[in-house]
Design a protein around this ligand. Structure first.
Ligand code: ADP
Ligand code: GLC
Length: 481
């Protein structure tokens, strides 16, 4: 008997453009589109944050659920995303209708009720899956801890509905007590069976989901080690046969310098002239010294420990002495924001820092910079280095997770062979980062070699086709068991 066709409910705390703080938003927008184009019946679900309403068309109450455990009655609004996918927004004024972001208030403080907020998202998905109605999923694709309670809520209730849990970042787990989890509707027997590990939305999800995947092959392996498993390594290792790694893809409709509406000048691997104009415009926008001959290092990032940006701050004076300029766009931890603000204050003509979220400026930096710095301590996949490759902005990265899977450092000799696409380093120290960045800065004046390196990156194809096919195979595997 052949497996049923998948009907997938894809659940995420952020989906671009309705909400985005990082790469999860991009992936939750572009992977479902790729899957839909390949014929998968897929629908989305996310919380009804205030930012969602302006982007979703045709919103109307589509489902009403009475007495959702701990939350009372809730409505699901149905509508269509800008990519024309069906989406449900989970409405709860008390939990979602407030200014600020999906996880933090306007001042960067975590919402104190985040567990409740994402428990409701999971409950809503569970109720929809069990509801029947005119469409119900046979696979729920849950993303990160925010959706990771779904398998525990479903197993037993709608046992024919299969679950895939995608791990975008195991650092965030949604730690909760037994009492909290019980109040969120997790059946007691699931909690008893859990044993003595650290209880969280994610740890339960890792145990209960039908299949698991990480967002790169290397991260799938790293998760099974104490260094990267964030305390869940034994749980991941116990499920090694059900845990695969699928590298994220890029939506080249949105991220290609040949037709990027955020850029004043288009360019491609065959004609790089527009890139120099993008650089000139960026230097002017950031009020930096406009000499085009100095290599410009770009950073677009959440400012968190994960991203290793303290290595950049600590080596910044040396980078400037070596002739580089630096532009940073990021929001997050105060110490990192202060570090970059301080650098920009001390070197106003050579360092530009914009400490905010700005989608258009992110595109302009990735286009206008020569080098993209991403010295992450861990990086489940990373999208910014994939974007940078397409924009001819040479990545300098730590060789971890998806960075190791996407940036090839085969040295200067590998450039002519078409192999080298960037610079990688292994030891997570300012010295090691600086050494790799200095190689890039040193090569930059050699225009022929530099352009060959840029073109190597620009010709890489990280489109979704292959990865979407891997997700389809996972859905098939779930439905054939
Ligand atoms: P992560 O998901 O860990 O933050 P990724 O590299 O996967 O890292 O994705 C980062 C995404 O977030 C990219 O689309 C990047 O352009 C975007 N981004 C990060 N910080 C900002 C910012 N301050 N303004 C605009 N976009 C940002
Ligand atoms: C997470 C990871 C990042 C990944 C993104 C999308 O935020 O930190 O590496 O690219 O999710 O999967």
């Amino acid at each position: 008997m052949s497996a049923a066709e998948p009907r997938v409910l894809f659940v995420s705390s952020e989906i671009f453009p309705m909400a985005k703080t990082g790469g999860l938003g991009d992936v939750a927008a572009s992977l479902p589109v790729a899957l839909a184009h390949s014929g998968v019946d897929i629908r989305l679900m996310m919380p009804a944050y205030p930012s969602t309403f302006e982007h979703v068309r045709g919103l109307a109450v589509d489902r009403h659920f009475d007495d959702v455990a701990g939350f009372g009655d809730i409505d699901l609004l149905g509508g269509r995303t800008p990519s024309d996918l069906r989406i449900w927004l989970v409405v709860c004024r008390r939990l979602y209708d407030r200014p600020g972001g999906p996880y933090h208030d306007e001042y960067g403080n975590q919402w104190p009720d985040n567990l409740e907020r994402f428990a409701l998202l999971c409950q809503a998905a569970g109720r929809l899956a069990a509801d029947g109605g005119d469409w119900s999923p046979n696979v729920v694709h849950a993303n990160d801890f925010h959706a990771a309670l779904i398998p525990s809520l479903l197993n037993g209730r709608a046992s024919d509905v299969k679950t895939l849990l995608t791990i975008h970042n195991a650092l965030y787990q949604g730690e909760a007590t037994r009492e909290q989890l019980r109040s969120f509707g997790v059946p007691s027997q699931r909690l008893e069976r859990f044993g003595s590990g650290k209880l969280s939305f994610l740890s339960l999800g890792v145990q209960q989901a039908g299949l698991l995947n990480a967002v790169s092959p290397t991260y799938a392996k790293e998760l099974q080690t104490p260094e990267y498993g964030c305390g869940l390594e034994d749980l991941f290792a116990a499920r090694a046969r059900d845990l695969s790694g699928i590298l994220n893809g890029v939506d080249y409709e949105l991220w290609d310098p040949g037709h990027d509406p955020h850029l004043a000048h288009a360019y491609s691997d065959r004609n790089l002239a527009g890139k120099a104009s993008c650089k000139a415009a960026l230097l002017e926008e950031m009020h930096l010294d406009t000499s085009l001959s100095a290599p410009l290092i770009g950073i677009v990032s959440r400012l968190t420990w994960q991203k290793g940006l303290d290595l950049v701050i600590r080596s910044a004076e040396h980078l400037l002495t070596a002739g580089a300029r630096i532009v940073v766009l990021g929001v997050g931890e105060k110490s990192l924001a202060h570090g970059f603000r301080d650098l920009a204050d001390r070197h106003p003509d050579r360092v530009g820092a914009r400490l905010e979220h700005d989608e258009a400026l992110a595109h302009r930096i990735i286009a206008g910079a020569d080098i993209f710095a991403m010295p992450s301590r861990f990086e489940p996949c990373g999208l910014s280095q994939l974007y940078s490759l397409r924009y001819g902005t040479v990545p300098v990265v730590s060789a971890v997770g998806g960075l190791a899977d996407s940036v090839v450092d085969a040295g200067e000799r590998g450039i002519a062979e078409g192999a080298t696409t960037g610079f990688a380093f292994t030891e997570l120290t300012p010295q090691a980062f600086l050494a790799a960045a200095r190689k890039a800065i040193g090569l930059y004046p050699n225009r022929a070699l530099w352009q060959a390196l840029q073109r190597n990156g620009m010709r890489q194809d990280f489109g979704w086709d292959r990865s979407a096919q891997s997700y389809r195979e996972l859905y098939g595997r779930l439905l054939s068991t």
